[in-house]
Design a protein around this ligand. Structure first.
Ligand code: AMP
Length: 405
């Protein structure tokens, strides 16, 4: 059999996994800082959840889902995104009132794989439910912006739009449809049928959008409530020093997306993969799932793309490698003492030759190697920058902390 991972998936181990550990660790830190507790949902759900929650005209649902019949005859699907599952779980819990959750995990879409477009990819995201006021939209946008900035996404840009609501959007959609009919011959073959079924999505088409710069914009047709909401979102973002660019072609094709829509762009990535995340308000989603009205806002960020964008270098996750002249079990005793003091330690459990152990030490990338001659004698400490010094084992943890602190 082949040992390659399935097409569009990756095996990620050391040293590259150290980048993942730090980027995901910083997500835990930032999401907690904004008051979002961890939420964990099933990785597979009833297929119907995504048909309703992502929409059965969306190509994620029509072409990209990993759907199968389980042994009990139920149609289940590996989640292609996180929001539908979180909203389902919220409805199942019967909770009332403002609710927050942050998730982190793999998503699955049958796509044509390329760099930054995988069949199994990792998203982190938040959902903020049963809230309607503009500060909730702004808090969510700010969290994504601060986190992406902290992990070092270069050329980070927030693009922002408002999609209106059930009051103002239907009239706008009709106006857009008439406009698109007048330009029908210029549209690409994929967009033509959308003029009838879902004209908003034509604005999203990479081929057609540049030719439609004079299309009517939703942001100019908002009703008073949506307009006031959008205004407050923009003013508050400015007060928080979160820069944004208004983008009137940023749309979501489904009716339950309302008002705020946004994307995070890494301007320095190739255009096809430069969206590192996106989100918005979805006041109609819970009802589309058959639940009570539950307005909400959230985003999802693609960690594979964040890592591509930041170009972070892998780092050793070992502080100290113990090279031992005494039996390997003694080396483990020494390693264990240091580990209990919070030092990250590795050693050679096979008790191989000193030369082999030094090679392993160097491969580990540990900034410090210690040579153990006995558990009672000072160890011989060697640092990457050439320092050599004897330190009693019992004092080594403090010595290392003082040096790195
Ligand atoms: P979406 O759920 O489609 O709005 O995507 C949100 C973010 O997830 C995107 O901006 C990407 O960063 C990431 N993403 C979506 N699909 C993929 C994929 N197939 N491979 C890698 N990242 C993806």
């Amino acid at each position: 059999m082949s040992f390659q991972p399935p097409k569009g998936t990756d095996d990620i181990g050391a040293p590259q996994s150290s980048v993942w550990r730090s980027v995901l660790g910083e997500w835990e830190e930032w999401s907690a800082r904004f008051g979002y507790p961890l939420v964990m949902n099933p990785i597979f759900e009833a297929t119907e959840l995504f048909q309703r929650g992502v929409g059965d005209t969306n190509e994620v649902v029509t072409k990209q889902m990993y759907t199968f019949t389980d042994r009990g005859g139920r149609s289940v699907t590996l989640r292609p995104e996180g929001t539908a599952g979180v909203v389902r779980a919220f409805l199942a819990s019967g909770s009332l009132g403002a609710w927050k959750g942050a998730y982190s995990g793999p998503m699955f879409r049958y796509e044509r794989p390329q760099g930054g477009r995988r069949r199994q990819f990792w998203q982190v995201g938040v959902e903020y439910l049963d809230v309607e006021a503009p500060p909730s939209d702004v808090e969510v946008i700010e969290l994504g912006y601060r986190y992406l900035g902290a992990v070092g996404v270069p050329g980070l840009e927030v693009r922002l739009n408002s999609l209106g609501d059930g009051v103002c959007r239907p009239g706008y959609v009709e106006e857009l449809r008439s406009f698109l009919r007048s330009r029908y011959e210029e549209l690409c073959e994929e967009s033509k049928p959308l003029v009838d079924t879902n004209p908003l999505r034509v604005l999203d088409c990479k081929i057609c959008a540049p030719k439609l710069k004079d299309a009517p914009a939703m942001a100019d047709r908002l009703c008073d409530d949506c307009s006031a909401h959008f205004k407050e979102v923009k003013e508050t973002l400015t007060r928080l020093d979160v820069p944004f660019v208004e983008d009137h072609r940023l749309v979501r094709g489904l009716d339950y997306y309302t008002r705020t829509a946004f994307e995070y762009i890494a301007r320095e990535l190739e255009t096809a993969q430069n969206a590192v995340g996106g989100g918005g308000r979805y006041d109609g989603l819970a009802e589309a799932l058959g639940g009570r009205r539950t307005p909400g806002v959230g985003f999802a960020l693609g960690v594979d793309r964040i890592i591509l964008a930041t170009g972070r270098e892998p780092r050793s996750e070992v502080d100290v490698f113990v090279v031992s002249e005494v039996p390997a079990a003694d080396a483990l005793v020494a390693a264990s003492r240091l580990r209990r003091e919070g030092i990250r330690v590795d050693f050679d459990s096979e008790g191989r030759s000193i030369k082999t152990q030094f090679r392993a030490a160097s491969r580990s990338g540990a900034p410090v190697t210690v040579v153990l001659r006995s558990l009672d004698e000072p160890v011989d400490v060697r640092t990457q920058d050439g320092l050599r010094v004897g330190v009693p084992l019992g004092e080594l943890a403090d010595w290392l902390k003082a040096r790195s602190g």
